[in-house]
Design a protein around this ligand. Structure first.
Ligand SMILES: *Cc1c(COP(=O)(O)O)cnc(C)c1O
Length: 401
């Protein structure tokens, strides 16, 4: 992949007619090292946030050895790239065929579930041809927890309710080598207290079921920085999770796992777009709801933006965007702050699209082509450069940008 110093040099060199994805391998490497070194347990990468093969290999090279996969296609993808990686199939609703292939062909030993029916499927699909039950399963029961502290809920679809958890935990215990409890507090959890609440519920589930628990998996939800969303430092999350994990009534050698998607991938990518038309404070641009800006359209997520033209002199003003398709829903209300004199043919960069941005692109309406290049400058925002407020002065080793 061709490498450039920054977005402006890409625009100068390519004058691109279509959006250009900018990838920053150094930023993803830094995030991976941060989790690998500082999270007090095992970090797995939730592949759905961004399944780019380059990113998956990069995370592996920077210390992430375990991958949270949710479909058989993700299992095959990661296994083909990384024969040695540990894969955990963390979607609580799987087909028998997917479980069978994952277990027998790709060496997957870890599965999540939230019903007795799913447990029965896993037991059947992992047994040997003579009917002998697998003895090497790690089974994690997904507990429903609150999403109230997160920007995107994951509370309604999956997870057994606390009142129904005991029989499921007891039944699962009979079929596994290691028993775990997992949950997801919702994506972009804005306070570590979200995990405290969830771990309290885990404590209650363990007490009611009286089972030995070997794995606590706190899921994803670790935040990134976006306009209007400035979460506390990740170190605070790690410290608080660790403290509450240690206080649980679990086996003495129990393991702590996490499944960050967003936090490992958000800073990896941004996109260069071009203004095709301006109508008042609305900019018609060449990427949108069916491209990398799904969340900007569907949940009004705001992303950082910066103009890439030297001749824009006016102060910043609020803009909304229309994407390139003919669909009225291809609209992103923002507000996004760009120079007030921006106009058709001007380029700008939209940042923090590595998570749930690049992964969401479709070819709807003939749009969606985008070439990708590497850039070596810093992302517009970073949780990992030390430029944010650190929790302790002793940690405050910063290189000023
Ligand atoms: C989506 C998902 C993740 C990743 O969540 P983030 O908020 O991106 O960290 C982790 N685990 C499961 C089960 C998921 O569905």
């Amino acid at each position: 992949m061709h490498s450039y110093p920054d977005a402006r040099s890409v625009v100068r060199d390519l004058v691109p007619d279509e959006p250009v994805m900018l990838n920053r391998p150094h930023a993803a490497a830094r995030a991976a090292q941060f989790f690998a070194q500082r999270f007090p347990g095992t970090t797995m990468y939730a592949v759905k946030a961004n399944p780019s093969p380059d990113l998956i290999v990069l995370l592996w090279e920077n210390g992430i050895r375990t991958f949270d996969v949710a479909s058989i296609a993700e299992v095959r993808l990661v296994r083909a790239l990384l024969p040695e990686a540990t894969l955990c199939f963390m979607h609580p609703v799987k087909t028998i065929g997917a479980i069978r292939e994952a277990y027998h062909t790709h060496g997957v030993r870890t599965f999540s579930l939230d019903t007795l029916e799913e447990l029965a499927k896993i037991v059947e699909a992992t047994s040997a041809s003579d009917g002998a039950a697998a003895e090497d399963l790690n089974l994690l029961v997904r507990l429903r927890v609150s999403s109230e502290h997160s920007e995107l809920s994951l509370a309604s679809k999956f997870g057994v309710d606390l009142v129904d958890a005991a029989p499921l935990l007891q039944a699962t215990r009979q079929h596994c080598d290691a028993l775990g409890i997992c949950f997801h507090v919702g994506s972009q959890a804005m306070t570590p207290f979200a995990y405290v609440q969830a771990l309290d519920r885990v404590r209650a589930a363990i007490a009611q079921a009286s089972v030995t628990v070997d794995i606590i998996d706190v899921g994803g939800g670790f935040p990134s920085a976006y306009p209007g969303m400035n979460p506390p430092p990740l170190e605070d999350y790690f410290a608080i999770i660790h403290r509450h994990f240690e206080a649980l009534p679990i086996s003495y050698n129990a393991e702590l796992w996490a499944e960050p998607g967003r936090a490992l991938s958000a800073e990896y990518s941004s996109v260069i777009v071009r203004v095709e038309k301006r109508r008042g404070d609305e900019l018609y641009i060449n990427d949108g709801a069916y491209g990398a800006l799904f969340d900007a359209a569907h949940v009004d997520w705001r992303f950082p933006v910066q103009a890439l033209e030297d001749d824009l002199t006016q102060p910043l003003a609020d803009f909304a965007f229309y994407g390139p398709t003919c669909d009225d829903a291809d609209y992103m209300k923002g507000p996004f702050d760009l120079p007030a004199d921006i106009q058709a043919d001007d380029y700008f960069e939209i940042g923090m699209l590595g998570a749930y941005g690049a992964a969401m692109k479709t070819g709807f309406n003939g749009f969606g082509a985008a070439q990708a290049v590497v850039v070596t400058d810093e992302p517009m925002v970073s949780l990992y450069t030390g430029t944010r407020q650190e929790p302790k002065r002793s940690d405050n080793v910063v290189s000023l940008r």
